[in-house]
Design a protein around this ligand. Structure first.
Ligand code: S3P
Length: 449
């Protein structure tokens, strides 16, 4: 058996991940994953807005939560150094954020920018400017500007919807917003704006998106009403938030890379530990089960208001399936790696109703189609999805993450089942949500080769 080769090279401030998987490798053992990105953002934000101290255990130390921490530090919250996954936040109390003296930079993070806009718009008599990196400055913000303006917010933007943005905080009025997209970022933005707004602020979405904001707002003391029948959530303002202890479970979106790796690499048997299995996030498990992946949930438990389990995955023969409809918001970030799983299934997998992927950190439909095609796959791009021919025979190639973390990691998983060497350019993007992805991959391959 040849030794695995995983190496990183740097040039022009970017890193290339070179991956030559050993022949007949099987991935075996236990994998630990980083904290959930969505929950990490919310814990930092609510901690900053609450009265008193919030203790966060298991915080994701990735670049996106670091952007959130930097923004709220600039507005007066004290956040202990982000060099350990237990972090303390001294909040300022709702309504008491300071006007920052400089531009707030959300980096690559859509969650930071969209959720924070709801908070800023409702902080009256303060002026804020917000920007992000090149990817974030090209992503649509009208989806949050529209409901905030209905609440009376004052926001200026490029072309009516792009960052940099300027906001003058005001006393807002409550609304019932019927969102055209199932988006937790939109829902959370409006609910956060509702915290300081007198009365009931309600969001109805076309399908249920992740509900971490509702769960955590309630734990911090806000009055939250959810109606699963109408997929609506309401907050009563003005609210008071009190500091809490938050235990962040592992991110199922990060676990998904190992679940797919274990399912497609022959002979594999992996246990991914401490995975958050909130039902609004487990679409990836449903899709893999539809594909007849061999998954077992072990040691199911509830940790600080969120369901958690260890997940065992063993290699099996996968079958093609159709992924669409209400399942999409429950696996929105896992579509790229599910496309990789589909390459090794019998039949043609169809992913549809997923046009939202075009406005993520990259156009994930276009990028996955072109990059997997480079590796010898047959993937057809549709306006709202992908058609992926299974039983692919992949070959190593030069591919690019387009600076999108989930693309970088999905291509690395595809490379595990490719013949020859794959070079993934701009692989440093993985650190946005999974700083230890490459060392973990290296360990798994070394342990098993
Ligand atoms: C997130 C919501 C999703 C997801 C993103 C994180 C959140 O975005 O893609 O990675 O933390 O609320 P949308 O709400 O735009 O679908």
């Amino acid at each position: 058996m040849a030794a695995a080769s995983v190496c990183l090279t740097e040039s022009d401030a970017h890193q290339t991940l070179t991956l030559l998987p050993p022949k007949d490798t099987a991935l075996r053992g236990r994998v630990q994953i980083p904290g959930d990105k969505s929950i990490s953002h919310r814990a930092l934000m609510l901690g900053a807005l609450a009265e008193g101290e919030t203790k966060i255990q298991g915080l994701l130390l990735g670049e996106d939560p670091r952007s959130t921490a930097a923004c709220f530090t600039a507005m007066g919250a004290t956040i202990s150094p982000l060099n350990s996954d237990t972090v303390y936040v001294q909040g300022v109390g709702l309504g008491n954020l300071l006007e920052p003296v400089d531009v707030l930079n959300a980096g690559n993070s859509g969650t930071t920018m969209r959720l924070m806009l709801g908070i800023l718009a409702s902080h009256r008599d303060r002026f804020f400017t917000v920007t992000g990196d090149a990817s974030l400055r090209s992503r649509p913000m009208a989806r949050v500007i529209t409901p905030l303006e209905k609440m009376g917010a004052e926001i200026w933007s490029r072309h009516g919807e792009l960052a940099p943005l300027a906001i003058r905080g005001k006393a807002l009025r409550p609304i019932h917003y019927r969102s055209p997209v199932a988006s937790a970022q939109v829902k959370s933005c409006v609910l956060l704006a509702g915290l300081l707004t007198e009365g009931m602020t309600t969001v109805t979405e076309p399908a249920l998106s992740r509900d971490h904001s509702e769960r955590m707002l309630r734990a911090f003391g806000a009055e939250i009403v959810v109606d699963p029948e109408t997929t609506s959530a309401s907050v009563k303002g003005p609210a008071r938030l009190r500091g809490q202890t938050v235990i962040v479970p592992g991110d199922i979106s990060s676990a998904a890379f190992w679940l797919v790796a274990g399912a497609i690499v022959p002979g594999s048997d992996l246990v991914v530990e401490n995975v958050g299995v909130n039902p609004t996030r487990t679409g990836v498990l449903d899709a893999l089960k539809q594909m007849e992946a061999d998954l077992t949930l072990l040691n199911e438990r509830e940790v600080a208001g969120e369901p958690v389990a260890d997940i065992r995955v063993r290699h099996s023969t996968l079958k093609a399936c159709t992924i669409g409809g209400d399942l999409i918001p429950r696996l929105i970030d896992e579509v790229p790696v599910l496309a990789v799983a589909a390459l090794f299934a019998q039949g043609t997998t169809v992913i549809r109703d997923a046009a939202e992927l075009r406005v993520k950190e990259s156009d994930r439909l276009a990028v996955m189609a072109t990059q997997l095609t480079q590796m010898g796959a047959t993937v057809t791009e549709q306006p709202d999805g992908l058609e992926i021919q299974g039983r692919a025979s992949l070959v190593g190639a030069e591919v690019d993450s387009y600076t999108d973390h989930r693309i970088a990691m999905s291509l690395a998983i595809a490379a595990l089942n490719a013949r020859g060497t794959t070079h993934i350019h701009r692989a440093e993007a993985a650190a946005i949500s999974y700083p230890d992805f490459i060392p973990t991959l290296q360990n798994l391959l070394e342990m098993t080769s």
